[in-house]
Design a protein around this ligand. Structure first.
Ligand code: NAD
Length: 403
């Protein structure tokens, strides 16, 4: 099969496995250059197949020597369908660590389901005994309510008044004006249900009650605070309400983890990156392009991997933790520098910038978006036939289980 990019509503409906293999080689070469540190031994990552979860998995496996279980929800490839990028990330991650004296397992299916929690619990009991860290890095547009059977969808919308701005249509490479109408109360509630803290809490409490948390156990999830440039669509919008709920789960979990395990629940406000989830949020492509432009020029730009590596080495397991007055880890401090935010704001509010698509930051944003899906990767000939069946036979093994 010859695989060409297929994009719908800023979402890739396919992926290029050979490009993803090369990207994994690049990540592995990058992480091998980063410092080693003392970290957790056994880690469970919910959402470890792409974006921040994958960067977390690479950091902990390569720099801290951790064993990992990853739960993600990806479309599996077949002879006639490429499957999603995360499917191949999981297979190629396994290939990259196959000679390590570590255990790495993948479960593919719905992390929200009781069945997945049970399967993972049994696997922890069987393979690890106990875990030292649970990372909750899930980003989803929908969550099944297992009590009623309903599928609840999130809605990324402002609250109270419309959000006016621009976005990039990545397929046509045009900048489009955009007005997003405010959410209804129901949409706010649904977004909190899908992207808030209740499922993270359920995971930790299920494992706690089963007695598989180690002394010193930690759990962490990733929020986004941002500033005025993203406020109307993000922090003051439906997703912001969900993030408030996620942040509040820390307090509830700490009440159990601190006294019983001398452990802790943490929330890190992480910087804006290019991921499947972030590109989908209206206005973010414009903000992230300008941000990359400014931060690259300032030499404060970090790759997704560098960002997560610094988080775990310095702020989760090191002694350089930066906290705000709500107790959140502010690894995003470089993005949030007042001067950076001001330059980005000026750029976002200037009249039409004809060169926008040519800016180095925009090009970096677009290139990364293609590359996380395996396209536009140097050294990969996209005119070449790809034999998906042979790749699946070679890389898909018993470490990857569908639940
Ligand atoms: P992503 O889309 O790259 O990854 C999401 C992960 O969740 C994937 O592994 C996917 O398979 C998994 N997933 C989705 N639905 C699932 C389900 N039902 N069951 C099991 N797994 C499921 O997203 P990301 O951008 O890395 O986001 C991860 C977290 O980081 C989110 O909480 C997000 O809000 C947060 N965050 C992201 C940014 C950003 O700029 N991308 C910034 C700050 C915080």
């Amino acid at each position: 099969m010859i695989i060409k990019p297929s994009i719908r509503s800023n979402f890739f409906t396919n992926s290029h496995p050979l490009g993803i293999k090369k990207m994994m080689d690049t990540y592995v070469a990058e992480v091998k250059k980063l410092d080693k540190f003392q970290g957790p031994k056994n880690v469970l990552i919910i959402g470890g197949s792409s974006g921040y979860g994958l960067a977390t998995r690479l950091t902990l496996a390569f720099s801290a020597g951790a064993n990992t279980i990853n739960v993600s929800f990806e479309n599996q490839g077949s002879a006639s369908k490429t499957g999603s990028a995360g499917y191949w990330n999981n297979l190629f991650f396994q290939d990259a660590v196959k000679d390590f004296n570590q255990t790495h397992l993948d479960f593919n299916g719905d992390a929200f389901s009781p069945e997945m929690k049970q399967k993972v619990l049994e696997t922890i009991q069987e393979k690890f005994g106990k875990i030292d860290l649970l990372v909750y890095s899930l980003a989803s547009g929908a969550r099944k309510n297992f009590e009623t059977g309903d599928l609840i969808r999130s809605a990324i919308k402002p609250i109270g008044k419309p959000a006016e701005g621009k976005t990039i249509d990545i397929k046509s490479l045009t900048v489009e004006p955009l007005t997003v109408e405010p959410a209804t109360e129901e949409e706010v509630k649904n977004t909190v249900f899908v992207m808030g803290g209740s499922d993270w809490y359920d995971w930790v409490m299920t494992l706690e009650q089963a007695g598989v948390l180690n002394e010193g156990f930690k759990t962490i999830s990733y929020t986004y605070v941002g500033g005025k440039n993203t406020d109307n669509i993000y922090r003051s919008g439906t997703i912001g309400k969900a993030k408030e709920d996620l942040e509040a789960a820390v307090i509830k979990m700490d009440q159990v983890l601190k006294p019983k395990y001398h452990g802790e629940a943490l929330i890190s406000s992480s910087k804006a990156i290019v991921s499947k989830a972030s590109v989908f949020i209206p206005q973010m492509p414009i903000y992230v392009s300008y941000l990359f432009d400014v931060m690259t020029k300032n030499h404060t730009h970090e790759t997704t991997l560098e960002h997560k590596h610094r988080l775990f080495k310095d702020m989760v397991y090191g002694n350089k933790r930066l906290l705000d007055d709500l107790g959140r880890i502010r690894i995003d401090h470089k993005e949030m520098e007042a001067s950076t935010q001001k330059i980005v704001a000026d750029l976002m509010h200037q009249p039409e910038d004809e060169n926008f698509l040519e800016l180095p930051g925009t090009k970096l944003f677009l290139t990364e978006f293609y590359q996380i899906n395996g396209f536009s990767v140097p050294g990969v000939d996209e005119e070449q036939e790809v034999d998906l069946e042979t790749l699946i036979t070679k890389y898909h093994n018993e470490k990857y289980q569908n639940v």
